[in-house]
Write a protein that binds this ligand. Structure first.
Ligand SMILES: [Zn+2]
Ligand SMILES: [Zn+2]
Length: 372
């Protein structure tokens, strides 16, 4: 029998070899969960786009779900189970949307204009913006300062790690739901913690012992027992609890990328793990959300972007709680290109067409699935 290689197999092997070369040459690690469709990924909030243009007095299918969303992030009280939200655009919804718009620097019209809807569907942190009816992002709060420029916030009551706890230990405890290797995770979280220790008197060290850890980090899918179920790709990305709880959970269903100073935009539709980690550590230390678009503690992050440098607002917030590291070199000047890319509202949570990287990763996946 003549021996030959099928043309399709040769192509696949060539594609796989090319992919391996690309992956080896790149410091970026991607962990796309099994079963994740190709970009654009389904966005759990995309139906809100059908509500664009709605205003007071309207009745529209889907407004009840938008009220659930606003309630989740603290802008509306929870609906009693005996009387779920209706699809009526009432005065309470108008007031909730206006508060949301003020928090995100949008025109506070109380109507669902396109820029408001675009902001609402952006992937974000699961921690509420308004806690116990107090807008933690209120621009007129006492934290806003004389010129309204510094908008960092605390959780209600200002919980923080006590003065005798300046050396905190963290453990990476739940990794079975992610394919990012352990060494990469250790490096990513160490870099994320170092952003905060550079500015303050806090020190962080990884420990292998969960019982020894002040902070625990893990990847979880869906309902994972703390009443804050994750929602699949996009939507909420992660959440963390205020001091001294120490729990930090990441949605295992996201297409996470772990970039070592690399460019997360190589993976459209994917979320930069280190950027989200720096944000959630802010919560673990006691910071709430900020209205400053360039701040780490701003609630949303666009896909394919990397944002790991503390802004002045973050530094002032954390130093007001834990003091200043005498070796802190200050905040790097803000790059206008970074902030404009970050806030490009047209980008929304939409994903640009797949890149070569994603194609190569998918090609390897296909090859592995082939029966040999
Ligand atoms: Zn957050
Ligand atoms: Zn959780």
């Amino acid at each position: 029998m003549a021996s030959y290689a099928s043309p399709s197999l040769v192509l696949l092997v060539a594609a796989a070899m090319a992919a391996v070369v690309i992956i080896v040459a790149s410091p970026v690690v991607a962990a796309f969960p099994a079963g994740l469709p190709e970009p654009p990924f389904p966005n759990p909030w995309s139906a809100f786009q059908n509500l664009s243009g709605c205003h007071m007095g309207d009745e529209r299918d889907g407004l009840a779900r938008l009220k659930d969303y606003l309630s989740h992030f603290g802008y509306l009280p929870e609906a009693p189970s005996s009387s779920p939200f209706s699809d009526a655009f009432d005065a309470d919804l108008e007031a909730a949307i206006a508060t949301y718009q003020r928090n995100f620097g949008l025109n506070a019209t109380g109507a669902l204009d396109p820029s408001t809807v675009s902001q609402m569907v952006a992937p974000r942190c699961g921690v509420a913006d308004v806690i116990n009816g107090t807008s933690t992002m209120d621009r007129n709060s006492s934290a806003a300062g004389a010129h309204g420029r510094h908008l960092y916030t605390y959780f209600p009551g200002g919980p923080m790690w006590p003065p005798f706890r300046r050396d905190l230990k963290y453990a990476i405890v739940a990794t079975s739901a992610t394919s990012i290797d352990r060494a990469t995770l250790s490096a990513v979280f160490a870099r994320a913690f170092s952003r905060w220790s550079a500015a303050t008197t806090l020190q962080f060290a990884e420990t292998a012992s969960e019982s020894d850890a002040d902070i625990t980090i893990g990847f979880y899918a869906g309902d994972h027992g703390d009443g804050e179920a994750f929602d699949g790709p996009l939507g909420t990305l992660a959440h963390a609890f205020s001091p001294t709880d120490g729990r930090f959970h990441l949605d295992a269903a996201e297409a996470w990328v772990a970039a070592d100073g690399g460019d997360a935009s190589s993976f459209p539709g994917a979320v930069d793990l280190e950027s989200v980690a720096v944000h959630e550590i802010g919560h673990l230390l006691g910071l709430g959300h900020s209205s400053v678009q360039g701040a780490i503690m701003y609630p949303t992050i666009r896909t394919g972007t990397r944002k790991v440098e503390l802004a002045t607002d973050d530094v002032q917030g954390i130093q007001s709680m834990y003091g200043t590291n005498p070796n802190f070199k200050g905040v790097a000047p803000t790059s206008p290109s970074t902030s404009s890319r970050e806030m490009d509202s047209s980008a929304g949570a939409e994903c640009r067409p797949g890149s070569g990287f994603v194609g190569a990763v998918v090609a390897v996946g296909l090859l592995l699935l082939l029966p040999l």
